[in-house]
Design a protein around this ligand. Structure first.
Ligand code: F6R
Length: 616
């Protein structure tokens, strides 16, 4: 949600900043801008629209500046217009900055500045911030930045990741962080900082993560960033290493990141399981939570929190943890959990599920759980992101960078991690029959190959099916048991990238209302596996058929009976029921993808969305 890049060193800054913005564009693409600092002057270029438009308009700009900041925006305060685009310049021309986050008390600050006669050129909270900092600087021209920023930020409320330049201090980049992530790449005589590692790995894999309420001063004349806290806390910058390289964030011959990531799922699952399943005795090992196992095993219940696709993974997790580990489990939208004063205490365990590890609501829900004394755990993809840094322990899903805004491989890797967790807890609590435990674990190990085969078998048939259905206006996704959350996920995928209105329902619930919508124009996608609920689902399919709905069934390989009920059938291999969501979601991801392509939609950057939702 908004992407920031900053560079200072000896190379031309502009191409590095533009390249960084392209990498970060999945975080927001309402507007883009860059500020360069050269010989005591700022050059600022910014406009509504995507990074490619900005890149075209700065094509002739000389490449002599070696310090700069840049921003790609997901609009919060103020429409996506040129004046509202970042960077924003202070009233005295001394400070220019880019900002990710929201200044909650911007109205109060604005009123104070307006009373001082300071004029405003945009509607953004960010402009308030830049004037506020410049005003404090002017009041104390001889104070250090540490003193000025501490004073200025004592009265700023909200969230921010900020990169800023100071006209009278060439080469200097200042970063400030509260809540919104920032990390600093360390090069030879240069620094490149950004909202996430995708903008950095092409230059260096040595990074320092900025922590809450920290400020970093970067100057090419210094080997290390100078870091201080807005509170009275100091720390040595700890250098960490990013364990993937730039090839992981290239499209690699695929037309879209989403398709690439769909096809990366076999490897994402393998990487998620690597080193975590031991043979003889067959068992799961989860090093990330071994230190908190006693508390986990004693917990009377688990609460899973997440948003969007991660919330759907949590719903599958509820089935897994209750069936296999027999621990009462609740699932909550992170955004609801944190605002309803939940009854949570030291005996509780709250597990946040998040691909990015930065989703504001999930992070805040985990913070609340910690405050109430609960054990807070994270199931996260992005290594070093805020959730794993702030929780007591957790599990990385190791799916690799996910760039497409629609989450795909993170979902199936989250399900893999949750399955391992449920098996691990089930075994440790002796609630899970040993034979079932081994059967499921062996089946889990076979799953990546089955995912691979299924994707290759289904891609073309699903594309052909999308040709038939991509013009519908409404779709209903139905599933039961483990596959009810998959129905929700299929509907979310379709609506977010193809803009076809879609709803997911438990198949049996349909007759309590939504069936009124079914007519000849309605696409109804039913997950109807030969499992414990098969006959029931067939009954639900009949109800839809009787009303003229056009049925696409996701069925178990070898099931010919279903063909009599559906206009089209997509088969997935038979696996134990708890593992089936990892296969049934594949045709739904492909259907959403191909429908969106056929409708001419921007698959990787759907309208109004951003990958990492770092505002509440
Ligand atoms: C949907 C999607 C979103 C995210 C949600 C949570 O395809 O990607 O619904 O799942 O914004 O994001 P994370 O998992 O990063 O917390």
């Amino acid at each position: 949600m908004c992407g920031i890049v900053a560079y200072t060193g000896s190379r031309p800054a502009l191409p590095i900043l533009l390249e960084g913005l392209k990498r970060l564009e999945y975080r927001g693409y309402d507007s883009a801008g860059v500020a360069l600092h050269e010989e005591g002057q700022f050059q600022i270029y910014k406009q509504a629209g995507k990074v490619s438009a900005l890149a075209r308009s700065v094509a002739g700009v000389p490449l002599s500046a070696t310090t700069g900041i840049a921003h790609t925006r997901w609009a919060t305060h103020g429409a996506p217009t040129d004046p509202n685009a970042h960077p924003h310049l202070s009233y005295d021309g001394e400070v220019v900055l880019v900002h990710n986050g929201i200044i909650e008390n911007y109205a109060a600050l604005r009123a104070r500045l307006a009373a001082e006669g300071i004029p405003f050129a945009s509607e953004t909270d960010t402009e308030v911030l830049v004037h506020w900092i410049a005003w404090h600087r002017r009041r104390r021209p001889h104070a250090s930045w540490e003193e000025v920023l501490r004073e200025a930020f004592a009265s700023v409320e909200g969230t921010f990741g900020i990169a800023m330049l100071v006209r009278s201090e060439p080469g200097l980049v200042i970063l400030i962080r509260r809540f919104s992530p920032l990390l600093i790449g360390l090069g030879e005589g240069e620094f490149i900082a950004a909202s996430d590692a995708t903008a950095i790995v092409a230059y260096t894999r040595r990074v320092v993560y900025l922590e809450e309420d920290e400020v970093a001063l970067l100057h090419p004349s210094q080997e290390a960033p100078q870091i201080f806290s807005l509170a009275d806390r100091r720390r040595e910058a700890r250098v960490e290493y990013i364990d993937w390289d730039v090839s992981a964030i290239e499209r690699g011959g695929f037309p879209h990141y989403m398709l690439k990531e769909i096809f990366e799922q076999p490897n994402a699952l393998r990487d998620c399981m690597r080193g975590r399943i031991r043979q003889e005795p067959l068992e799961v090992r989860l090093g990330g939570i071994s230190s908190v196992m006693d508390r986990l095993l004693a917990a009377p219940r688990l609460t899973l929190v997440g948003c969007g696709t991660s919330w759907h993974a949590a719903l599958v997790g509820e089935y897994l943890l209750e069936q296999l580990a027999r621990i009462p489990t609740e699932v909550e939208y992170a955004s609801e959990f944190r605002y309803r004063d939940p009854v949570i205490g030291p005996q509780d365990v709250v597990i946040g599920i998040s691909q990015s590890g930065e989703t504001a609501d999930t992070l805040a829900a985990l913070r609340l759980a910690k405050e109430k004394g609960a054990l807070a755990l994270g199931i996260t993809n992005v290594v070093g992101s805020s959730i794993p840094r702030e929780t007591h322990a957790g599990i990385y899903i190791h799916a690799g960078p996910e760039i497409g805004v629609a989450s795909t491989k993170a979902f199936t890797a989250q399900l893999t991690a949750l399955t391992m967790l449920a098996l691990h807890l089930g075994a440790a609590r002796y609630t899970l029959d040993r034979t079932l435990h081994d059967t499921l674990l062996e089946a889990l190990l076979r799953l990546p190959d089955q995912v691979e085969a299924t994707l290759h078998a289904l891609n073309e048939p699903v594309r052909a099916l999308a040709e038939r259905f991509h013009t519908v206006s409404n779709a209903l996704y139905l599933g039961r048991g483990y596959n009810f959350p998959v129905a929700l996920e299929g509907a979310l995928k379709l609506k977010e990238i193809s803009y076809i209105h879609a709803e997911g329902y438990p198949a049996a619930e349909m007759k309590h209302g939504p069936i009124a919508l079914v007519d000849e124009g309605m696409l109804v996608v039913v997950i109807a596996l030969r499992d414990s609920l098969y006959e029931k689902v067939l009954g639900n399919v009949q109800e839809v058929r009787a009303r003229g709905g056009r049925i696409v069934a996701i069925a178990t390989e070898g099931d010919t009976e279903i063909q009599a009920y559906a206009e089209a059938v997509l088969y997935v291999p038979e696996v134990p029921e708890p593992l089936s969501p990892i296969l049934t979601v594949l045709p739904l991801q492909l259907l959403a993808y191909h429908a969106a392509v056929l409708r001419g939609c921007d698959v990787d950057q759907p309208r109004n969305l951003a990958k990492s939702v770092t505002v509440e």
